[in-house]
Design a protein around this ligand. Structure first.
Ligand SMILES: Nc1ncnc2c1ncn2[C@@H]1O[C@H](COP(=O)(O)OP(=O)(O)OP(=O)(O)O)[C@@H](O)[C@H]1O
Ligand SMILES: [Mg+2]
Length: 262
């Protein structure tokens, strides 16, 4: 399901303290592709994901997900850095929550939840509660909870940012595997260049605030992908390009801050 954003503008606050967060952003996020959004802090990455997910209203422009007239959010689910799991509910009850809200009966929702829990490597933990799990395990629960909705679009906002380096690698490979199997349209927000290259089919690099699209980098690395690819010349070439673009933008952002302070 394509996501088409045209001339999207987002202004926060009231004059004279307005913040222009997104400035005429236009992009077509292709159906069943994995698109990473990379950019310096405060450039509007989360804002863009939240608008596409129907969580945040926007100032002007158009955003369409799929070809129907359904409200934004109908075809997507979000996975955040802060997972918002219910700590008092078991893993299976957390994963099955969305189905419960839809009125799906207990036998069916548990069967579907169990299958997804197994697919993210948590078989045997169905009755645990989130506080009894590690950060990586909780992240898997959040992923399963999103996947169970079977929506064609998954919006992810720095979902692995709080994980330790090793767990992050495992979760990235897990997500690659899930994506390659299920072919949803994924929009994945990240600060991390290596993560964007490993996961994405394309990388949308944004400018420092106000957020605009600076460049779209195509990632032609073959799939299935794995962490071993980080040592290939192609990976290095993509890394250098993205780093160059991001460095420019981080410097711009610093200059803006200096100007505002001075
Ligand atoms: N609800 C809001 N009210 C006012 N300003 C906001 C609001 N949400 C975001 N902003 C501002 O809009 C800009 C973009 O914010 P956003 O959170 O989208 O950036 P980001 O790229 O996700 O940053 P980070 O990488 O730090 O998560 C920032 O300057 C932020 O302060
Ligand atoms: Mg953000």
């Amino acid at each position: 399901m394509d996501i088409v954003v045209e001339n999207l503008v987002q202004v926060f606050g009231d004059a004279p303290k307005q913040v222009l967060a997104l400035d005429r952003v236009s992009h077509r996020f292709p159906s069943q592709k994995f698109t990473c959004i990379l950019g310096p802090s405060g450039c509007g990455k989360s804002t863009l994901a939240q608008i596409v997910g129907g969580i945040e209203p926007y100032t002007s422009g158009t955003v369409t997900v799929g070809s129907d007239e359904q409200p934004l959010g109908t075809h997507s689910v979000m996975v955040w850095q802060h997972l918002n799991l219910f700590p008092w509910r078991s893993v299976i009850d957390n994963v099955a929550f969305g189905l419960e809200m839809q009125g799906v009966g207990k036998a069916e929702r548990f069967e579907r939840a169990k299958a997804l829990i197994a697919s993210v490597g948590l078989r045997g933990f169905e009755q645990h509660r989130p506080p009894q799990l590690s950060g990586g395990m909780r992240q898997r629960v959040a992923l399963a909870r999103a996947l169970i909705m079977e929506r064609p679009v998954i919006l992810m906002d720095e979902p692995f940012a709080a994980l330790d380096a090793q767990t992050k690698i495992v979760m990235q490979e897990e997500l690659v595997r899930i994506y390659e199997r299920s072919k949803r349209t994924i929009l994945f927000v990240t600060h991390a260049i290596d993560e964007a290259i490993l996961l994405g089919d394309e990388i949308v690099v944004m400018t420092a605030r106000p957020g605009r699209i600076k460049e779209v980098i195509k990632v032609d690395l073959p799939r299935p992908r794995s962490q071993d690819m980080v040592n290939t010349p192609e990976f290095g070439r993509l890394y250098d390009r993205a780093l160059h673009l991001i460095r420019e933008e981080v410097l711009n952002a610093m200059q803006q801050q200096d100007a505002a302070a001075g």
